[in-house]
Design a protein around this ligand. Structure first.
Ligand code: SF4
Length: 214
């Protein structure tokens, strides 16, 4: 298991590779970030960014989205996977925001997760990005890298990964580190073809060493 000290050294190298790492979803308001993040589940940020300009032009806020016809909403997001379910979830989320939270996003992880289509990862992303509330959202990239770097067991749950990262990374770096890990997973340590040969992190990575036989 990689210890905290060595993990932080590896993370520092990852930061140097992607100093400008940032959230890639396009949004203007916390509400729009929430909707875009719900839409991004099992979809690419690029695909979501293609659909949201027209969606947000018609339904820019909770009030307009709450009154939307679900079939019309589907028309704007049908290029995104699981769009039937997501259309229902975003309209219902807008309705619940109006009914329970005066149209504002709750700034609380547990309350946020009572909204349809909002799990722990989405709540963490939205609270961190919109309000700067510290959190580490564990998506497929963050989970894969954490397992390849061997800071958790291969069969660890997403929650285990989140807890370990929170224990290893100083709180003030949670939000930024989450972006660094995502960029590293998207553009270097990819699922199918990680570039281990030129990886600065190789000396800390059991998976890469075994893969290259070094
Ligand atoms: Fe990913 Fe390979 Fe680098 Fe390990 S050595 S972090 S598997 S790219």
């Amino acid at each position: 298991m990689l210890n905290k000290k060595d993990f932080l050294k590896a993370l520092n190298l990852i930061e140097q590779m992607f100093p400008e790492a940032h959230g890639e979803l396009n949004w203007q308001t916390p509400f729009q970030l929430l909707i875009a993040t719900i839409l991004s589940a099992q979809a690419t940020d690029k695909g979501v960014n293609k659909a949201t300009p027209a969606l947000f032009a018609n339904y820019p806020d909770a009030k307009s989205m709450a009154r939307a016809d679900i079939l019309e909403v589907e028309g704007y997001i049908k290029t995104i996977g699981l769009y039937h379910m997501k259309a229902k979830n975003i309209v219902r989320t807008a309705q619940m925001l109006l009914e329970k939270f005066d149209g504002e996003l709750p700034k609380d992880k547990k309350l946020m997760q009572t909204l349809p289509g909002v799990g722990r990862k989405t709540a963490n992303v939205v609270l961190a990005e919109a309000y700067g509330i510290p959190g580490i959202a564990v998506d497929t990239h963050v989970e894969r890298i954490s397992k390849r770097l061997n800071i958790v067991e291969e069969n660890a749950s997403v929650l285990d990964v989140e807890r370990k990262l929170m224990a290893y990374i100083p709180e003030e770096k949670w939000v930024k580190s989450h972006h660094h890990l995502i960029f590293f997973g998207r553009y270097h340590c990819t699922a199918k073809n990680p570039d281990c040969e030129s990886c600065p992190v190789l000396k800390y990575c059991k998976f890469g060493q075994e893969r290259l036989g070094v």
